[in-house]
Ligand binder design. Structure first.
Ligand SMILES: [Zn+2]
Length: 253
C-alpha cells in the first residue's frame, strides 16, 4: 500500500501498522540544469525514484508512507546561476533528522531518502542527518548514488562524473515531465564530458570552475525517454534493495 502523507488524516496514520511502514522522503534541489531542463529537475527525479521504489516495496506487502518532497538544498556549485536556491546545509540536516524523529515518535522508525541532488554539500548534509537519526534510535536510509556500489548500476555518463543536466538527467525528465524539457535547445547542446567528480577532487567549487559555463555536463542531446524509464526502474530497485537490507538487519539485531 502506497500512502501520501499529505492526503491522510492523523487517525489514518495512527492506524498504520508502524512496524511494517516505511517512510520515503524524496530529496532534490531548485538548481540550474542547463538552458534546457527545469530548475526542479532533481525534485522530479527524486519523486520518480521514490515512486518506483515505493511501488516495489508495496508489492512486498509493506506500507509506504510517501512524504512531501524536500525541494530546498545546499547547492553551492550552481549558486551563481539565476533561479538556484542555495540554502544552508545545516538546515537540511536539521529538517531531515527532525522528520525522522517525528515519525519515530509515532512508531515509524524506518525512513528512506530518495536523493537526486549530488552536490557534495547535500551528500554531507544527508550523511550528517543519518548519523543524528541513528544516535536517536531511528533508521534513516540514504542510498548514496555517488558511492561505487550504487553508481555502477547506473549509466556510463553518470559513472563518468559528467552527471549534471546531461543524458542521464535529461532522459529521466523526458520520461517523467516531457512538457518541461526544451527539446529544441537540448538537441543543439554540444557535449561537455568534463567530470564533476574530478573537478571536486581538484578543489573546484562551482559549475563554472568545473567547466560547465551553462550549468550542464555530459551529453544532453543524447537523452531519450526510453532510457529515462530504464533509469527510473533501476533507481526504484536501488531504493528497494537498501530498504530490504536495513529491514533484515533490524530483525536480526
Ligand atoms: Zn540534477
Amino acid at each position: 500500500m502506497l500512502h501520501d502523507l499529505m492526503e491522510l488524516t492523523w487517525t489514518a496514520v495512527r492506524d498504520l501498522p508502524a512496524e511494517r511502514t516505511i517512510a520515503v522522503l524524496p530529496a532534490g534541489a531548485i538548481e540550474a540544469h542547463g538552458p534546457h531542463l527545469p530548475l526542479g529537475t532533481d525534485v522530479i527525479i527524486a519523486e520518480a525514484m521514490a515512486r518506483a521504489g515505493g511501488e516495489r516495496l508495496a508489492a512486498r506487502g509493506l506500507h509506504l508512507l510517501m512524504l512531501p518532497s524536500l525541494a530546498f538544498a545546499p547547492a553551492p556549485f550552481a549558486s551563481a546561476f539565476a533561479g538556484t536556491l542555495h540554502t544552508p546545509a545545516g538546515a537540511t540536516t536539521a529538517i531531515v533528522a527532525g522528520i525522522a524523529s517525528s515519525l519515530s515518535t509515532h512508531g515509524i522508525r524506518v525512513m528512506a531518502i530518495a536523493n537526486a541532488h549530488h552536490d557534495p554539500a547535500q551528500v554531507q548534509a544527508l550523511r550528517a542527518a543519518v548519523d543524528e537519526a541513528a544516535a536517536a534510535g531511528s533508521t534513516l536510509l540514504f542510498p548514496d548514488l555517488t558511492r561505487r556500489r550504487w553508481a555502477e548500476r547506473l549509466t556510463p555518463e553518470f559513472r563518468s562524473g559528467a552527471c549534471h543536466a546531461g543524458r542521464y538527467e535529461g532522459s529521466i525528465v523526458l520520461a517523467e515531465r516531457p512538457d518541461l524539457v526544451r527539446s529544441e535547445v537540448m538537441a543543439t547542446l554540444a557535449p561537455n564530458p568534463q567530470s564533476l567528480v574530478d573537478a571536486i577532487r581538484r578543489g573546484d567549487a562551482t559549475f563554472a570552475a568545473a567547466g560547465g559555463a551553462e550549468a550542464y555536463f555530459g551529453f544532453p542531446a543524447e537523452a531519450t525517454a526510453d532510457e529515462g524509464r530504464q533509469i527510473v526502474a533501476t533507481l526504484g530497485a536501488i531504493l528497494e534493495e537498501a530498504v530490504l537490507e536495513a529491514l533484515s538487519s533490524r530483525t536480526t539485531v
